[in-house]
Design a protein around this ligand. Structure first.
Ligand code: ATP
Length: 284
């Protein structure tokens, strides 16, 4: 992708026969259709994000107890784990919202552990936070403009908004509506679109499917697959392990602040991944 080309996501749904011709698993229905679809970007070559021995604490409580993992350039890497495992803490630490007590976080070859959030956005990592967190009393348009706060290329910003509106017609229809009046799925789209306004190399997505209806979840995963196809590296936190495994190239399991397993889909039986993602390995 050229350095300042906004990714294009969402494309017309293809016929199942076309999908089969391309070797995509599954038919029109079911999550299988997201499964690492299409030619996508070139094979992963190097780590875009390297987290090493990161400890993050809330007061005396260590939520991350020495987490190490890598997100390869061009991959969709998923972080799975039960409630309270430390997934959101890792996303917030990577995005600079929480400062780690120790450890290293390298993004695109630069140390970012403890850097300010705006600096991390400038370097090319954008957070799509848990629960969307759109600005409820700002319009859709203003939310998008806010996503470009670190840019000063007025013309480019306007062009990107136009392209986003083409890709998300529902956001265009609601451009003048306050963010807080949108449905959950629309807010999630807005949250993704707002993050894209910074033209990120890496999207940190924290539970984008949380609280959404199954059809909307499918739409969100279609958007994730398309974002990846257009060249964005994705680090995805999900509780919905089944859906996550339909798009992931690589996944990590985190339990009680520690990475307990890392593998490619298929390296651990899906049932086992899902069980551990929801319950942790200690609770059979
Ligand atoms: P969930 O899936 O429920 O969002 P998670 O894997 O994202 O869980 P975190 O939210 O990162 O987990 O929480 C990790 C640990 O840190 C938990 O024990 C949680 O109770 C604790 N924790 C999270 N936020 C705070 C906070 N603001 N103050 C104190 N402890 C916190």
């Amino acid at each position: 992708m050229p350095p300042y080309a906004l990714p294009i996501w969402e494309e017309p749904r293809e016929k199942s026969s076309d999908a089969r011709a391309r070797g995509v698993r599954g038919g029109r229905e079911g999550p299988e259709r997201f499964y690492r679809t299409g030619p996508g970007p070139p094979a992963p070559m190097s780590a875009l994000l390297e987290v090493k021995d990161v400890v993050t604490a809330y007061g005396k409580i260590e939520a991350l107890k020495g987490v190490s993992l890598q997100v390869e350039q061009g991959s969709i890497t998923c972080l799975l784990g039960p409630n309270g495992a430390g997934k959101t803490t890792l996303m917030m630490t990577t995005a600079g919202i929480l400062r780690p007590r120790s450890g290293s976080i390298r993004f695109a070859g630069k140390e970012i552990a403890g850097a300010a959030p705006h600096r991390i956005v400038e370097l090319g990592a954008a957070l799509v936070p848990e629960n969307r967190l759109v600005f409820p009393s700002m319009t859709v348009l203003e939310n998008l403009q806010a996503g470009a706060y670190q840019r000063n290329d007025r013309g480019g910003i306007d062009e990107d908004i136009e392209r986003l509106f083409e890709r998300f017609p529902r956001l265009k229809e609601r451009a003048a509506q306050h963010g807080g009046t949108l449905s959950g799925g629309e807010q999630q789209m807005l949250s993704v679109a707002r993050a894209l306004m910074s033209r990120p190399k890496l999207m940190l997505m924290d539970e984008p499917s949380l609280g959404l209806a199954p059809l909307v979840v499918e739409e969100i995963f279609r958007i994730i697959a398309q974002l990846h196809k257009d060249g964005t590296t994705i680090f995805l936190v999900e509780q919905n392990a089944h859906m996550a495994l339909t798009v992931a190239h690589h996944f990590y399991l985190i339990e009680q602040g520690k990475v307990t397993f890392s593998g490619d889909p298929g390296s651990l039986a899906e049932d086992e991944v899902i069980r551990r993602a929801y319950l942790g390995s200690a609770k059979a």
